[in-house]
Ligand binder design. Structure first.
Ligand code: ZN
Length: 197
């Protein structure tokens, strides 16, 4: 038993932003959980093994291709462009958005040697056309480093005639989407405005 406790503790401690205290809390909470709850967790984790994939439509880390959202016909015909799978899942878990996503796989910044064409942008225009997208929301973090990416996206989409919007001012410049609280994020999506250069 002790060995398992130690293994679990070390695993959780090694995750980003999880310190010793949080790792301890998770392990103690697991130790006192009912078997059926642990079984649910086990089943979810078990599905991760060997099933991790990338959605060939939107680029998210998924377990199906296309992912659940890309294959859900009831989603609204807006397309939110996000930096990575992390933001896709964060926004989705917040329940504040009912449209579709597109995962760029990073941003262009002066600090990273990455070109615009290295991002997952090849099929954005065909998605807009084929999926009848009426609005593209630039959902990348409003940090100074992301301005180049935003402008390149706006240039790329200029001739599609699609409406291009971005988060409302509620999100202050310099904030990463992953750090924004749910209430602010929901407001920023709801009150989005036309994107400006
Ligand atoms: Zn997808």
């Amino acid at each position: 038993m002790q060995k398992i406790v130690k293994q679990l503790f070390n695993y959780f401690k090694g995750l980003p932003d999880i310190g010793n205290k949080t790792a301890e809390r998770i392990v103690f909470s697991l130790l006192s959980s009912e078997s059926r709850d642990i079984k649910k967790l086990y089943d979810s984790l078990h599905k991760l093994i060997g099933n991790k994939n990338t959605c060939s439509t939107c680029g998210v880390i998924s377990f199906n291709d296309p992912c659940d959202i890309c294959s859900d016909e009831s989603r609204e015909n807006t397309l939110m462009i996000v930096e990575s799978s992390k933001e896709y899942y964060k926004i989705e878990l917040s329940g504040s958005y009912r449209g579709k996503y597109h995962v760029l796989g990073g941003i262009i910044s002066p600090f990273q040697k990455r070109n615009f064409k290295d991002l997952n942008i090849n099929n954005i225009k065909s998605r807009i056309e084929n999926e009848g997208i009426s609005e593209v929301i630039i959902g990348i973090s409003p940090i100074p480093e992301s301005v180049i990416t935003k402008e390149m996206l706006m240039n790329l989409l200029k001739d599609t005639g699609v409406r291009i919007t971005e988060f409302a001012r509620g999100i202050s410049t310099g904030q990463y989407v992953e750090n924004i609280d749910e209430v602010t994020l929901t407001g920023a999506i709801k009150d989005r405005k036309d994107a400006e250069y």
